[in-house]
Write a protein that binds this ligand. Sequence first.
Ligand code: G1P
Ligand code: ZN
Length: 544
Amino acid sequence: MSIKTVSTQPFTDQKPGTSGLRKRVKAFQQTNYLENFVQAIFNSLEGYQGQTLVVGGDGRYYNRQAIQIILKMSAANGFGRVLVGQGGILSTPAASCVIRKNQAFGGIILSASHNPGGPDNDFGIKYNIGNGGPAPEKVTEAIYTYSKEITSYQILATEDVNLDKLGTSQLGSMQVEVIDSVADYGDLMASLFDFDLIRKFIASGNFRMCIDSMHAVTGPYAIEIFEERLGAPIGTVQNGTPLEDFGGGHPDPNLVYAHELVDILYGEGAPDFGAASDGDGDRNMILGRKFFVTPSDSLAILAANAKLVPGYSSGLAGVARSMPTSQAVDKVAAQLGMDCYETPTGWKFFGNLLDAGKATLCGEESFGTGSNHVREKDGLWAVLFWLNILAVKQQSVESIVKEHWQSYGRNYYSRHDYEEVDTEKANTLMTNLRSLLSTLKGKQFGQYQVAYADDFGYTDPIDGSISQKQGIRIGFSDGSRIVFRLSGTGTQGATLRVYLESYEPDVAKQNLDPQQALADLITLSDEIAQIRQMTGREKPTVIT
Ligand code: G1P
Ligand code: ZN
């Protein structure tokens, strides 16, 4: 086995986005494309010689090939040991858990999250640091810089590793350990939630649930946790076999793409509880019988009820949400007397707050919720949190949410996405909006008066790092908001996201359809940003 140094030329498009580098599979299959990026990751790191790296992915097309390349490159670059999930599988939160539990130097996660998979769809790669969380911007910027300068990479000339057989083998002087993908994560969940109580609740026969893994990574995790450890009937987990193309579906747990589950929860004889997770297992959607829980509300409700759950019974240090996420959790924080942090979009911004013990729960409107148990958002964790609350309160999902609105008011919320818009047009729309900002304050639009208008900037309270231009916020005097930003995870053209929020304290007015409640703000967002004219689109591609 010899270490080969292979000459290469840089690619100019390896800038990591909101969550790592995401491209079409075909882009990753170009000669040296993946190798360059992996070498750029290693070049940006210091002190990893002899250390442990965790590697795994969501099982999508090209996962196995990518892992073989990464293993050989890790050996050639001097890592001492790699822990890899069996079959190359590790959900994103499980990878975070394994990094932390083994005090690994870091990890490489192969996933394009909720983007479709298969030879003509997406692939992705990201680096996580030793705390188990996504690399912060200074690391991703260094990776990008190295990717633009790279002239060669190192790889071990050797046979592929058998990823399906548990156990240890040698790759040059590096050890490869194929680990059970679920065990550590399952144990962590059992340590946080009252599994005995949930098991009894499920066994009582008064509660039925349905979990949709969307043919993505959570299948094996959900089957072991819900059906085996918690005794839910076999078949509770649907679409539980991970497939390389997610069965042709779009593994994004929202009302549009998880329609199979939605149809069950809104159909005849619907179960009491439904949940879905995404391609790599970090997102979640929570449904009650004929009832959808908005992710921003879900975060607020978990925070308000955290004391009922063993892992959080001693209280929360604080909470954090991404800027576009609704302010529902802010109300809970205010009432419980804890700090609430507002960060830019992307889980990497929560890492420092969690490490410093400033926040315990974090969440994003994009179906992401998590806590300090790992450093990624965690789909099945959110489902278990809900199950634990339901088992304690013995109430329906709908009544828990409605009681919450009664106590804290309701934050009507919706996100309108315009996908695959011409990049230049989308950039012009944002530039035009930016140039309007200074003129908006105090302006009256019908019943709405602009209280502030800015482009969100964030100074990390722990390390002082500054992130500018994180989304345009237009806030109104009644607490309503419209936020505009461009996606950092799309792979085709640009995606414009418009986030709409209004606050309704009056219980009598809390039962509207959010699109109805937000209708005036929706019209106003078009008036201010000229969305239809600029994008040429009559309506959003996806509404969540
Ligand atoms: C999207 C979500 C963001 C999430 C990210 C990764 O990023 O909006 O909240 O952290 O996916 O799951 P965006 O495409 O908006 O940049
Ligand atoms: Zn994901």
